[in-house]
Design a binder for this molecule. Sequence first.
Ligand code: ZN
Length: 232
Amino acid sequence: MTQSAWTRSGAPVDASTFTLIQWEALKKTAQLGDYVMTCCKAPAVLKTSINGLPFFAHLSDECATAPETVWHHAGKAAVLAGLASLGIEGNDEVPGQSPTGEKWEADVLFKASDRTIAIELQRSYQHLRDFTRRQERYAESGVECYWLVRKETFITLAKATSRLLLKRDYGNVFPPGGIGTGMLSELPVAMLDTENSQRVMFGGLKAATVPAWLAGILNRSYQYRGGSWNLD
Ligand SMILES: [Zn+2]
């Protein structure tokens, strides 16, 4: 069950942006192959969950693509579809380099007024120092970077960042107001759920659709507050 797919011509589609009436109408008119799965480019079938959520599914059986790749492709398509819904063209796998010659490749990169923004999708855990190094490389290149990671990765990362945050910003004294999800102000990380309803989650039961999260980056309402990165 996934909410993102590609059209035959390669445009990203987010099923959650359709009303049920639109979705049912599309089901009747869509030809097999009009939509393809982001994971393996196999034809996607339009379905509706028992909870009334539109989604795309493989025509037959399971997907042979590794979970890592499935998550990454679904996430990229979700971000690109979200940007398209805001009238912004994003590109995926965009290479670049910092002024000192350090190379990077953004999962999704887009421009909005005078800002260049990268969205990095990280399913498997990487060490905090790698998050930090990649974030700094983008900063040196004049690129803002925002991370979407799998829930398990977020929880593991939060253990490392909480420890650093408490030591560095609070002198190892746990503040009465808590430290939220224990994230760092210089490292904007949120969770992406690609399996059920395609949502960005911030911890503390807060969540948003992918387009709402992207809009929050653009209008800067996606902010760091008391240890957490989230929307208002
Ligand atoms: Zn597949």
